[in-house]
Design a binder for this molecule. Structure first.
Ligand code: TTP
Ligand code: CA
Ligand code: CA
Length: 685
C-alpha cells in the first residue's frame, strides 16, 4: 500500500496557532521506538486478523457457493466449521450433521478431503463420511488457502516495514508499528525534525488535528474518565493509521481471494486478539489506549488468554470474583501475596491490558506430522505399511510446498510413533543428506522405523500411528549441504542420537541432550522459579506418545470434535517454536491431543491461545529479569500511564484500593457527557 495516499481521516478544525496547546504525552524517544518494534513503546500498534469461519469459507470459495447459502464443513459425522448463514439457524460445531440438517434442511455439509488407503493423492470424496476406517482427513486444501492469504498480506505490506506472525491456520498478528511510524513522518513532517536540544526525552508537539475520522466498524467506547472531547494524542493517530492499514489488508484479501475476515487493532497482541473476536464476521474493532480499561472491565478475566483454567480458578477463589473490573481493584501487593511475585505481577499487568509479547515474524515450519488413530485397531504390519504410504505422500506433498525439491529447506530427522493401548513406542532416524529427498525415501525410512518397532514383539493391535519429520535445514546448495557440517550443540546431539530406541516414558532420550531433558513426572513449578511460577497452574497430562513435534487436530486450533470422530492429527507447524526437534524440548505428546507443551518449562496448555499467552508470559518474565536494574514490566505503570492515560482499571471495589484508580477518579468529575464515538469535534486549547 502506498503510505502517501491522501486520507480524509484527519481534519484539523483548529484555529491556527490555537493558544494554550499542551504538549503530547509522548516523547521523541517513544516515536523512535516505533520504528524498531520496541514492545514497550506506548505508541505501538498491533493488528490481529482472523478469517471468518475459515474452512467453511474455503469450501464456499472453492465450490463457488453464494454467500448467503448455509454451509458447514463436515468431518465424519461432526462439524468442524460453520458459516455465518448456518449459524443463524443455531448450527454450531457442537452439532452432528443430522442435528444440523434438522435445524436447516437446505444446509450444505461438505466433507473434508481425505487420503484413502491405496490412493496416492487426497481428494474430495462423496463417500468419505462412511469411510472413517480407510480414509484419513487431509487439511491440505485449507493449508494451501492459508498460505495464499498469508502471501496476500505480505505482498500488501511494504516488505521492509512488515512483521507478520502466523498464529494459527487462519490468523496472523501484524506489528504495524514501523509501518505506521513511516506514515506518521510522511503525513506529519513536523515529527521528522530532531527533538529540541537533541533530547529524545522532549515531548512531541500535539497532533495538529482535532478530529479523527474513524471508519472502523467497531470502535470501543472510551473509559469513563475520557471523552471524545479529549484531544487526540499520537497514540490515537497511530492506531487510526493502523486501522486504515488493517482495513486495506482485509480489502486486499477480499478482492484477491474472496475471503472475509475480522480484525482487532490495539497496542499489543492480547488486546488485538480480543478485538478481532469482538465483532464478527467481516468487521474490525479498534481499541484505543484510552478505551482499554472500559473494554477489559466488562470481561470475565477467565476469558483472557491464560486466565482460564487453574490459574483463573485459583484467582476467582482467592478474590471471590471473575470480573476484571473487580480484580483490578486488588492492589498488586495482595496479588503477589496470594499468587507469588511473578504471577501476581503478571496478573496485575494482564488485566490492565499490558502485554509485552513480541510479534514473531516466523512463518516457517519446523516440523510436519501425519497421523491416524484407528477405529478399530489395526493388526498387522501390512495394514500399517499402507498407512505409512499415505503418511509419506502427505508429508512429501507438504515438503514440496516448502521447497524441498529446490533444496530450499529439508528435514533432517524422521520419527515414527506407535501406540498400543496405553503404551507407546517411537523410533527416530536421521534423513540421509546429500541426495534429493523423495517420497519413496520417506516411505522406506518409515518402513525401517516400523520394522524396528515391531522387533519389540507384541506390538499389535495398534491404535495409533504417526510419522513426522523435523529439524529443518535452510538453503542447502549442491549435493551436500554445508549446513550438515555446521550443526550446533543440541542439534548435533539430536542427530547423533538418531535411530536410538525409545519407549514411552523416555522417548525424549533419543533427541535430547540429558541436560535439557525433563522428567515426565516433573511436576515442580520448576520452570517458573519456585512458588510463584505460573507453570504450577497448568495441568500436566500423562504423556503417552513420545514425539517432539506439533500435535494437533484440524490445523492446530482448539478442538471441539464430537467424540465419535476419528482422531486425525496434522501439523502445519505453526506452534512449532515449541516443538522444534532441535531445541531440546520434551519429546512427547500426550493422549489428549488437544495439548500444547511449553518447551521451556513443560507446562501443558490446552489451547493455542493458552499456549501463546504462556509464551508471552515467559517473554515478559525474561524481560523483567533482564531489566532488573530498571524494571520495565512490573513497573510498566508509567509507560502504560503514558499510553493509556493511567494504569488502573476503574475502581469497582472499595475506595482507595488503587492509587491509579484514585488519581483517575478525581479527573472524572465534571466531564461532559460522552458524544458520538470518534466522530465528534474534539475539544482542545
Ligand atoms: P477458528 O478461527 O477458531 O473458527 P472459525 O474460523 O471457523 O470461525 P470464526 O469466524 O469464529 O473465527 O478456527 C479456524 C478453523 O480451524 C476452523 O474454520 C476450522 C478449524 N477448527 C477445527 O477444525 N476444530 C476446532 O475445534 C476449531 C476451533 C477450529
Ligand atoms: Ca477464524
Ligand atoms: Ca482462528
Amino acid at each position: 500500500m502506498s503510505s502517501s495516499s491522501p486520507r480524509n481521516s484527519f481534519r484539523d478544525t483548529s484555529p491556527a496557532g490555537a493558544p494554550g496547546r499542551r504538549r503530547s504525552r509522548f516523547t521523541h524517544r517513544h516515536l523512535a521506538q516505533m520504528a524498531s518494534y520496541n514492545t514497550t513503546c506506548p505508541l505501538r500498534v498491533v493488528a490481529h486478523i482472523d478469517l471468518d469461519c475459515f474452512y467453511a469459507q474455503a469450501e464456499m470459495v472453492r465450490l463457488g457457493i453464494p454467500e448467503d447459502q448455509p454451509l458447514a464443513v463436515q468431518q465424519w459425522q461432526g462439524l468442524i466449521a460453520v458459516n455465518y448463514p448456518a449459524r443463524d439457524f443455531g448450527i454450531g460445531r457442537h452439532c452432528t450433521v443430522t442435528e444440523a440438517k434438522k435445524l436447516c434442511p437446505k444446509l450444505i455439509s461438505q466433507h473434508v478431503a481425505t487420503w484413502r488407503e491405496g490412493d496416492v493423492k487426497w481428494a474430495y470424496r462423496p463417500d468419505a463420511a462412511a469411510n472413517i476406517t480407510t480414509d484419513k482427513v487431509s487439511l491440505d486444501p485449507y493449508r494451501l488457502e492459508s498460505r495464499r492469504i498469508l502471501a496476500v498480506i505480505r505482498d500488501h505490506l511494504p516488505s521492509h516495514l512488515q512483521k507478520v506472525e502466523k498464529a494459527g491456520i487462519d490468523e496472523v498478528f501484524v506489528d504495524l508499528s514501523a509501518h505506521v511510524h513511516a506514515i506518521l513522518l510522511e503525513r506529519f513532517p513536523e515529527l521528522a525534525s530532531p527533538p529540541p536540544y537533541d533530547d529524545p526525552a522532549e515531548q512531541l508537539p500535539m497532533p495538529p488535528v482535532s478530529v479523527l475520522d474513524w471508519q472502523a466498524d467497531a470502535l470501543v467506547d472510551l473509559d469513563e474518565e475520557h471523552t471524545e472531547f479529549d484531544d487526540p494524542d499520537w497514540d490515537d493517530v497511530a492506531i487510526l493509521i493502523g486501522s486504515e492499514i488493517a482495513r486495506s489488508v482485509r480489502t486486499a484479501i477480499r478482492d484477491k481471494l474472496r475471503y472475509t475476515c475480522a480484525a482487532g487493532i490495539a497496542k499489543n497482541k492480547m488486546l488485538s486478539k480480543l478485538g478481532s473476536a469482538h465483532k464478527k464476521p467481516n468487521q474490525q474493532t479498534v481499541i484505543r489506549n484510552r478505551a482499554i480499561r472500559h473494554f477489559l472491565s466488562g470481561f470475565k478475566f477467565t476469558k483472557i488468554r491464560n486466565l482460564g483454567g487453574k490459574l483463573g480458578d485459583e484467582i476467582s477463589q482467592a478474590f471471590k470474583t471473575e470480573q476484571v473490573g473487580e480484580l483490578a481493584a486488588v492492589p498488586v501487593e495482595q496479588l503477589k501475596r496470594k499468587l507469588g511475585d511473578d504471577t501476581g505481577t503478571w496478573v496485575y499487568n494482564t488485566i490492565r491490558g499490558i502485554d509485552l509479547s513480541e510479534v514473531n515474524a516466523r512463518t516457517q515450519l519446523k516440523s510436519m506430522l501425519s497421523a491416524k488413530s484407528f477405529r478399530p485397531d489395526i493388526n498387522s504390519i501390512d495394514q500399517a505399511t499402507k498407512w505409512l504410504r499415505i503418511f509419506a505422500a502427505d508429508i512429501f506433498s507438504r515438503l514440496v510446498e516448502e521447497g524441498v525439491l529446490e533444496n530450499k529447506r529439508r528435514p533432517r530427522a524422521i520419527n515414527l510413533h506407535h501406540r498400543q493401548g496405553g503404551q507407546t513406542r517411537s523410533r527416530q532416524n536421521a534423513i540421509p543428506q546429500g541426495r534429493q529427498l523423495d517420497e519413496e525415501t520417506l516411505f522406506d525410512l518409515a518402513k525401517t522405523l516400523l520394522n524396528q518397532i515391531s522387533l519389540d514383539g507384541h506390538v499389535w493391535p495398534c491404535s495409533n500411528l504417526s510419522l513426522s519429520v523435523g529439524g529443518f535445514e535452510e538453503g542447502i546448495t549442491g549435493n551436500m549441504g554445508i549446513g550438515a557440517f555446521l550443526i550446533k550443540g543440541e542439534e548435533a546431539q539430536a542427530l547423533k542420537a538418531s535411530s536410538r530406541a525409545s519407549v514411552a516414558g523416555d522417548a525424549s532420550d533419543a533427541l535430547h541432550p540429558a541436560g535439557k531433558r525433563r522428567r515426565i513426572d516433573d511436576d515442580g513449578g520448576g520452570g517458573g522459579g519456585g512458588g510463584g511460577g505460573i507453570q504450577r497452574f497448568f495441568t500436566r497430562k500423562q504423556p503417552s506418545v513420545g514425539l517432539g513435534v506439533d500435535v494437533r487436530n484440524n490445523g492446530g486450533e482448539r478442538l471441539g470434535n464430537p467424540p465419535s470422530l476419528g482422531t486425525e492429527m496434522v501439523s502445519d507447524g505453526m506452534m512449532d517454536s515449541a516443538h522444534e526437534l532441535s531445541r531440546g524440548q520434551s519429546n512427547r505428546h500426550r493422549t489428549p491431543i488437544t495439548d500444547y507443551m511449553c518447551r521451556r518449562c513443560d507446562a501443558s496448555l490446552d489451547s493455542s491461545e493458552a499456549f501463546q499467552s504462556h509464551e508471552d508470559w515467559h517473554f515478559a518474565k525474561d524481560l523483567q529479569e533482564e531489566e532488573r536494574v530498571t524494571p520495565t514490566f512490573a513497573n510498566l505503570q508509567s509507560a502504560a500511564a503514558a499510553s493509556s492515560g493511567r494504569t488502573g482499571l476503574p475502581k469497582t471495589g472499595p475506595a482507595g484500593t488503587s492509587a491509579a484508580g484514585a488519581a483517575s477518579s478525581s479527573k472524572r468529575a465534571g466531564r461532559p457527557k460522552k458524544t458520538e464515538r470518534g466522530q465528534s469535534k474534539l475539544n482542545f486549547g
